[in-house]
Design a protein around this ligand. Structure first.
Ligand SMILES: [Zn+2]
Length: 171
């Protein structure tokens, strides 16, 4: 009793499909769009380049004057809540301003070691929001930067070595 024959669902023949696709000259490889997903570091690096256009350079003249062989920053920017430094070897450091302030090397914050090797350090003062707001950076010779914080703290001299260490610490 043959009446109306309805085709049931057939299994999808993938090889026949791709054979047909290739017969049209279409190559999957040529259509694949490969792009690395932007990483935070890449995005920050892009922001660094953009900020250099928008904001005036900090301490450019002294950076150019620096004649020491040791690593030195060739570009310094405050980007949002981070200090961005580009070093003369092309590497970049991004140090959160909060971290920068917490590692203030001044005697009041970090303490002072006497000739006997004893550390003298005052009580930790509570940091406020303004403590990690950076108003500007003053160049000190050709070896350090002195931040002027919004809460009035200005006594920290951050040597380039100290900044390199902080950058390596924070990634
Ligand atoms: Zn300090």
């Amino acid at each position: 009793m043959h009446g109306l024959v309805i085709d049931g669902p057939r299994a999808f023949d993938a090889s026949a499909f791709w054979h047909w696709v290739r017969s049209t000259g279409w190559k999957p490889e040529s259509r694949r769009f490969v792009e690395p997903a932007p990483t935070p570091a890449l995005l920050r690096s892009i922001a660094f380049s953009a900020a250099r256009v928008v904001f005036p350079r900090l301490a450019t003249s002294f950076l150019a004057r620096s004649h020491h062989d040791r690593m030195r920053p060739v570009d310094v920017q405050i980007i949002g809540t981070e200090l961005a430094l580009r070093w003369d070897d092309g590497s970049e450091s991004f140090i959160p301003l909060v971290t920068l302030r917490r590692h203030c090397p001044c005697a009041g914050c970090a303490g002072e070691t006497d000739v006997m090797g004893n550390l003298h350090k005052g009580p930790d003062r509570p940091l406020t929001t303004r403590s990690s707001q950076l108003l500007r950076l003053e160049p000190i010779g050709s070896y350090a930067l002195q931040p002027v914080w919004a809460d009035g703290h200005t006594t920290g001299l951050y040597t380039f070595e100290h900044l390199r260490r902080l950058g390596a610490m924070t990634g």
